[in-house]
Design a binder for this molecule. Structure first.
Ligand SMILES: Nc1ncnc2c1ncn2[C@@H]1O[C@H](COP(=O)(O)OP(=O)(O)OP(=O)(O)O)[C@@H](O)[C@H]1O
Length: 748
């Protein structure tokens, strides 16, 4: 046994024992807290006497409650802290650490090296001697940088110069050291290759122990308000943003919690796919929504469902109207349309049982009385106040009329209960007026509500005015009653800028995956809603497979324009001024070109489909593996035989994912296979997914269905194929009927 191995084993044994000690101490502590807690709870319950005899007794009872509830809060907090520590120790007991660096601090005792072990959590002995350092701690950065020799890291913005003498990856299971590798230069990373060999899982797993240098830079970048990551398929974009969130929650723990972070995901499947990563790292999941769900939260009307949304954005039809709604130019036009709107009529009468109770003329009159030089938002808010005051006065006047008082007195007992909650006892004039007001408020509550929620504004008319002003043509609303996501973006823009500012939660970080699928208008809206947030946007221009998309230069331009504008007027929403003064870039772009998911052969197959804009070649990290297999089929029935063959050929227990271009194709094929292959269907040997749903996910074996010339021919089809091929980790099968698509000609 080498000396190094002996030393490592001894250290591991030592750490493991300390972890075991800590586990039993924490378990005992927790048990004690629980017993004490239960005893305390019953004592507290007996101590608080409920006495609501008079005002002072009631106050005392409440004060007692408050004191006791504070004690309970403290008890809970102590228990939570101990339980969370215990959970971390138990996780460390499975894998205490995975890395080590030997560091020479160049300031003081140069020439002496100190060892730092890196794990998923930090762990210190009681004398606060650190046995394991959290992977997010400042020193751990040196491990991920993967360099030997002179280097530096930062603690509280202070630079510490060091020399890294050794970097070691350790494969540890409980107290067993299975293997270790010293990395002098990052050539062949065996630990990484071992990790990449694992089969696909239905839920994404973390990459803490094998984060790569180029990913680490993104994870730890807290300098730039906007990070834009354009990464090839399987380059670890999603993994990187999940690790980044864990990093931010740790390093900014005195400033933020998971409530200040939001993820925008491409679809609901994907939300589920990534939902385990942060809990497995000991962090709480932040809010995770699709853009459609976000918009839906603020829209008072029905919005198209996810299925319809995907069908619409997956279709090849290029709709001129929709393209306008999605464009930057139209969004900016809408924001500048205050004056145009002010001159147009856009009021709705408020009606009750078919009668105009507050006619348009009155609303218009109140609006015209507001100062013309005020913003439209200020004028509409003033109009609303006038309307509410008018309405209140009108109900008061009505309540005072003898006719109303007679009506109150003649109400049946049932009606009295309904309107006043009890029978009328006091028939004085003043009381009858009060009851009359109550009666009218109840009767016309829909009108009051309509005033509050802006139903007196005709949003359709406002929408149409801005659209017509821009295009010269009327907007053709679909007859369907629900709104499209694209229309909703414009509605919310009008709402936010001209009516009521939307009440957006205070997010410090917004992280967007698959950003290439957003429309420019959607990006503008996010920028305008989350004015204080820092953004991390990741995507792949080659995976822009929908009829809605944006490229990275456009995103950059949108944010840089905002930054320039806010710097010019001296407001620094996203820390813009401060950063501009320090001369730092506002937007930082990163390009990721390593492919970690797919085998070398599959990476080669989808690299060939990347657009020419990607000048630098995609680098496969995994071994070459099996070449993609092409298969001609005569008709859909051939899939039955093909699946039977693959079932016998693929390793036992494998699953095959068939990917189609459209949801319709998936449905047809699913029905056919379910009927013809009942046992393979029940065994879940295969699944059929359209590309829109399989986006962002990964599978061991993929069969891309019908890559025929008539199914895949446009530039967008090429991106669909790139996306579909790159879902595969180990094996890729491609079928076609008749003539194969020109995009796969090279593969044959
Ligand atoms: N540093 C790493 N160590 C181990 N595995 C990694 C690493 N980086 C990426 N992977 C693995 O590579 C696969 C692809 O990662 P991920 O899904 O994050 O990539 P992506 O860029 O978001 O992909 P796509 O855009 O194609 O959906 C995952 O299985 C992930 O665990």
């Amino acid at each position: 046994m080498t000396e190094a191995l002996q030393q490592e084993q001894a250290y591991l044994q030592h750490v493991y024992e300390q972890l075991l000690n800590s586990e039993s101490e924490l378990s005992e502590l927790l048990e004690r807290y629980e017993t004490e807690g239960r005893a305390k709870l019953s004592m507290l319950a007996s101590e608080v006497r409920l006495n609501f005899g008079n005002d002072s007794d009631t106050l005392e009872t409440f004060a007692n409650f408050e004191t006791k509830s504070r004690e309970i809060d403290q008890m809970n907090l102590r228990m939570e802290t101990a339980a969370s520590l215990l959970q971390k120790v138990r996780q460390l007991l499975k894998v205490p650490y995975f890395g080590k660096i030997a560091v020479d601090f160049l300031d003081g005792d140069a020439g002496e090296t100190e060892d730092f072990y890196i794990g998923r959590h930090g762990f210190a002995k009681e004398d606060s001697q650190h046995l394991i350092y959290d992977w997010r701690s400042p020193i751990a950065e040196l491990f991920y940088n993967n360099d030997l020799g002179p280097s530096s890291y930062h603690v509280n913005k202070q630079r510490i110069d060091v020399s890294i003498e050794a970097r070691r990856q350790l494969i540890v299971e409980a107290n067993q050291l299975l293997n270790f590798f010293d990395t002098s230069v990052a050539i062949q990373d065996d630990v990484l290759l071992e990790a990449l060999k694992q089969d696909a899982t239905s839920q994404m797993t973390d990459i803490t122990s094998t984060i790569q240098k180029e990913q680490n830079v993104i994870i730890r970048d807290t300098e730039h308000p906007l990070l834009l990551v354009n990464g090839v398929a399987g380059s670890g974009k999603t993994s990187t943003i999940m690790q980044r969130i864990a990093y931010l929650l740790y390093s900014l723990r005195s400033e933020i919690t998971s409530d200040n972070v939001m993820i925008l995901s491409p679809n609901r499947n994907f939300i589920d796919y990534i939902s385990n990563v942060l809990p497995s790292l000991g962090e709480t999941n932040p809010m995770n929504l699709t853009f459609r769900q976000l918009v839906d939260q603020y829209l008072i009307w029905e919005i198209e469902d996810e299925h319809r949304y995907f069908n619409r954005i997956s279709s090849a039809v290029d709709d001129q109207q929709v393209n306008i709604l999605r464009s930057s130019a139209f969004y900016e036009h809408v924001k500048l349309s205050g004056a145009t709107l002010a001159k147009s009529g856009f009021f709705n009468p408020l009606t009750y049982k078919g009668k105009d109770i507050v006619p348009v003329a009155r609303i218009q009159k109140y609006f015209d009385e507001t100062p013309e030089d005020n913003s439209l938002q200020a004028r509409l808010q003033a109009t609303k106040q006038k309307l509410l005051a008018y309405w209140e006065k009108r109900l008061n006047t009505q309540a005072k009329k003898p006719k109303m008082q007679n009506l109150i007195l003649t109400l049946s007992e049932e009606m009295q209960e309904k309107y006043f909650g009890s029978l009328i006892a006091d028939e004085s004039n003043a009381n009858l007026v009060k009851l009359g007001r109550q009666f009218l408020h109840k009767k016309y509550r829909k009108i009051t509500q309509a005033l509050q929620d802006n139903s007196w504004l005709n949003f359709h008319a406002m929408f149409n005015t801005v659209y017509q002003d821009y295009t010269g043509e009327a907007y053709q609303f679909a007859r369907d009653e629900s709104f499209t996501v694209d229309e909703a973006v414009i509605y919310l823009t009008i709402m936010h800028h001209f009516i009521d500012k939307l009440n957006i939660p205070d997010m410090r970080f917004v992280l967007i995956d698959e950003v290439q699928d957003y429309s420019p208008a959607q990006i503008h809206l996010l920028k305008d809603l989350f004015t204080k947030s820092e953004f991390t946007m990741v995507g792949d221009e080659n995976q822009a497979i929908f009829n809605s998309s944006i490229d990275f230069d456009q995103i950059k331009a949108i944010f840089e324009k905002e930054n320039a504008a806010s710097a010019a007027v001296g407001i620094g929403g996203r820390g813009a001024v401060a950063r501009a003064q320090r001369g730092r870039d506002y937007v930082q772009r990163y390009d990721l070109l390593n492919s970690y998911r797919s085998s070398g052969a599959i990476t080669k197959a989808f690299s060939g489909l990347a657009s020419t804009r990607n000048e630098i070649a995609i680098t496969p990290i995994r071994p070459y593996g099996e070449a993609p297999v092409m298969k001609e089929v005569e008709n859909s029935n051939d899939y039955v035989e093909l699946l039977e063959i693959l079932h016998t050929q693929l390793p036992k227990g494998s699953q095959l994912t068939l990917i189609t271009k459209t949801a319709q194709q998936a449905e047809t094929l699913r029905d056919l296979l379910a009927e013809q292959l009942p046992s393979l269907t029940t065994d879940k040997f295969y699944q059929v997914l359209p590309i829109s749903v399989s986006k962002g996910l990964e599978f061991d074996n993929v069969l891309v269905v019908d890559v025929s010339a008539d199914n895949y021919q446009s530039a967008r089809d090429q991106r669909i194929l790139y996306t579909a091929f790159s879902r595969a980790m180990d094996r890729l099968f491609i079928t076609y009927q008749g003539e194969a698509s020109p995009f796969i000609a090279k593969l044959r």
